[in-house]
Design a protein around this ligand. Structure first.
Ligand SMILES: N[C@@H](CCC(=O)N[C@@H](CS)C(=O)NCC(=O)O)C(=O)O
Length: 209
């Protein structure tokens, strides 16, 4: 059994989709978001002292953390790739993790970010990142020659942007990625589970975001 520790619609949603695609046995332990963007759920720090999701426990007990490492592991479990393609996958995963996830989405969804920081992320930092990603996926639908976990990471990021700043993702490549990925059965299953978990978290704590 694989166990994914996450909270609804965290970056780990891409890992959730990846596990669903692999069709391996897995379960999810939902944790609570913490103060100052550190998860405080009892005992979680023993698993990941950084107190962030994702944390993925493999059947042999190994604990994997950090999006790029977990996406790389997921990619290894799928169809074989050449070493060159594997490096390209790491490049995309790292680009999305650093330039989009940490640089833009982190501050955009952190209530403690000053308004000027949010505006800077939206107006200055985001456009060149999205232009690069759009150019990569338009007319093709994937970042590499075949689908990869980095595409699911981009899908998660694009969904969040569509929620926060819909005007930023009105480009043909990102729109096609959103529509086509949402229609895939493993994605629909993961999405339904995340929506249910979000509703449960909100019911348990109406202040939860
Ligand atoms: N460096 C970590 C960062 C992961 C990260 O930012 N996780 C966020 C969710 S997307 C988190 O756990 N935040 C804790 C919180 O908001 O309480 C990685 O790449 O996996």
């Amino acid at each position: 059994m694989h166990t994914l520790y996450t909270f609804p619609f965290a970056c780990s949603f891409a890992v959730h989709i990846g596990l669903e695609r692999l069709a391996v046995p897995f379960e999810i332990t939902w944790v609570d978001r913490g103060y100052a963007r550190k998860i405080m759920t009892n005992g979680f720090d023993a698993l990941n002292p950084k107190r962030k999701v994702p944390a993925l426990v493999l059947p042999d007990g190994e604990v994997l953390t950090e999006m790029v490492a977990v996406l790389d592991w997921l990619d290894e479990q799928g169809a074989p790739r050449t070493a060159l393609r594997r490096r390209r996958h790491l490049e995309w995963a790292s680009f999305i993790a650093t330039e989009l996830h940490q640089q833009v989405l982190g501050p955009a969804f952190d209530p403690a970010t000053p308004e000027a920081g949010v505006e800077d992320a939206r107006n200055r930092l985001l456009p060149p990142v999205l232009a690069h990603l759009e150019a990569a996926v338009v007319g093709r639908g994937t970042l590499l020659d075949t689908p990869s976990p980095a595409d699911d990471f981009l899908y998660w990021a694009t969904r969040l942007l569509a929620h926060r700043w819909p005007e930023t993702v009105q480009t043909p490549g990102l729109q096609a990625l959103l529509e086509q990925t949402t229609a895939q059965p493993p994605v629909r299953t993961a999405l339904r589970r995340e929506v249910e978990a979000l509703a449960a978290a909100r019911a348990a704590s109406p202040q939860a975001s």
